[in-house]
Design a protein around this ligand. Sequence first.
Ligand code: DX5
Ligand code: ZN
Length: 215
Amino acid sequence: MAIVAPSLLASNFLRLDEECKMVNESEADWFHLDVMDGRFVPNISFGLPVIEKIASVANKPCDVHLMIEEPEKYAVDFRNAGADHLTVHLETCKHLHRNIEQIKSLGMKAGVAINPATPVELLQDVLHEIDIVCMMSVNPGFGGQKFIPHSLEKIRKLRKRIDQLELNCLIEVDGGVNLENAKIIMDAGAHVLVAGNTVFSSPDPKAVIRQLKKL
Ligand code: DX5
Ligand code: ZN
């Protein structure tokens, strides 16, 4: 059964309380919260005060995806804002192992995200240390993009490695997930499906979440 993490980036910010209520009442497992700084990615989304408000009403873990430079500077702040999982991009970390230790020492689950052009092999020496690999299946920065098919190869390769080593690390697939491709993504070895537009553009978001959960 898929772990489903709706991405609030695609929600209606004018009605954030209702959108959070919908996720709380749905079969979704996590709130996926995308933080963008306009430096690492060419877009700016929302930050600490918004996450603090969402976390205060969320009855499920807040999975915070940092698309920012120097994420180590903000780990304490995101923990204090209510992040349960903190994911940093491998491409932004000069001392990835240190960053992972920092996140875990703050009591959060540690995630590492990789861009479409970053090989899964680069995770090899930290795989046993982390809880989540966030496999970007679009170039990070925007919701509503098209799933990059080569991601499936990367998911298969990573899943094989995780199983060989008998690790508990979850593979989270982020970007362009929809009801048409979700099954092949799960069959390739994903554990977690992030879905933004697929959920929030639907007239019946809870039904979409229910369908994704069944996979
Ligand atoms: C993209 C973000 C994603 C995004 C997914 O940079 O990390 O989480 O919100 O949105 P969809 O599902 O619409 O591609
Ligand atoms: Zn994300």
